[in-house]
Design a protein around this ligand. Structure first.
Ligand SMILES: *[C@@H]1O[C@H](CO)[C@@H](O)[C@H](O)[C@H]1NC(C)=O
Length: 287
């Protein structure tokens, strides 16, 4: 379990009814969606052309011809995986993105960072309370889109750093802060990276539970503007004067293995979620 790595997704949107449109199979093969056409993948010469146009689109620069050849080979293998997966017309599709020249082992080492083993022999840390506050919730809405209610900041990018735990924590605090105060403030992942170092480890991974505990103990977290993201760990600068601070009074765990509980919680507020993302399909997930 210690080596299990996950990407953290922050779920604000609940689709109570999942609609499978009859035209969804076309998305699996739409060049505008997946980033290649069936002609592109039919011939080696076309794959090379596709690699060139993809490299330009993503501003890829390879320092040596040898490196370019190596990256092309990784690209070709990844493309093969994407094409084969999409041909199965499953419930999701993959596409060429900025990670198409990154080997899967390299991707896992560089971008995932939920450390489920951090709590040591005691297992996953538990929030301090036991009662689930939404247990009695009834008449749940068919859907909730917290973006429409102004509780979600634009998508951020953690970059090449296992800091998903900080982004998940911050996004949930941004959401609850907007719901309570009416103000949407983008908050600082970097502060958690630099200052919450007892059990969390910056780019080396962490857990949201510890980060919430840090914010409670620290009596707040600074804004992104005051404490911007650097994509690497730095010295803790939490004692900045004149900077705005958003705080939370506590945090709770949703009861384990209960989708109904998750639904009840999400209907009322943001929830931090970790998913096991150590599969190649997550690297290229498109829709
Ligand atoms: C997948 O969808 C495409 C386009 O709709 C279709 O041509 C193809 O036969 C389908 N493949 C399978 C395995 O169902």
């Amino acid at each position: 379990m210690d080596s299990e790595l996950s990407i953290v997704l922050f779920l604000l949107i609940v689709f109570a009814a999942c609609c499978c449109s009859s035209s969804s199979a076309t998305y699996h093969h739409d060049p505008a969606v997946v980033g290649y056409s069936q002609e592109d993948v039919a011939l080696p010469s076309r794959i090379l052309e596709l690699f060139s146009s993809w490299s330009v689109k993503h501003s890829k620069v390879y320092v040596t011809p040898k490196e370019k050849v190596r990256r092309y080979e990784v690209f070709r293998q990844n493309l093969k995986h994407i094409v084969e997966t999409n041909r199965r017309n499953g419930s999701y599709w993959l596409g060429l993105n900025q990670f198409a020249d990154v080997a899967h082992e390299e991707f896992k080492a560089g971008y995932l960072g939920l450390s489920t083993g951090l709590a040591g022999a005691g297992g996953r840390p538990r929030a301090p309370t036991t009662a689930f506050r939404y247990e009695a919730a009834v008449d749940l809405p068919w859907e909730v889109d917290w973006r429409k209610k102004g509780a979600v900041t634009p998508v951020k990018n953690q970059g090449r750093c296992g800091s998903c735990w900080a982004f998940s924590t911050v996004a949930a605090v941004e959401g609850i802060n907007q719901m309570v105060t009416g103000r949407l403030e983008s908050l600082s992942e970097q502060e958690l990276m630099d200052c919450d170092g007892t059990l969390d480890h910056g780019c080396g991974g962490g857990l949201m539970d510890f980060a919430y505990a840090y914010i409670v103990g620290n009596q707040g977290i600074h804004t992104d503007a005051d404490y911007p993201y650097l994509m690497e760990e730095g010295d803790c600068k939490e004692k900045q004067p004149h900077s705005k601070v958003v705080t939370i009074s506590g945090y709770e765990d949703v009861p384990e293995n209960s989708e109904v509980s998750l639904l009840k919680a999400l209907a009322h507020q943001p929830v931090s979620v970790g998913i096991a993302a150590g599969s190649r399909d997550f690297q290229f997930y498109k829709g």
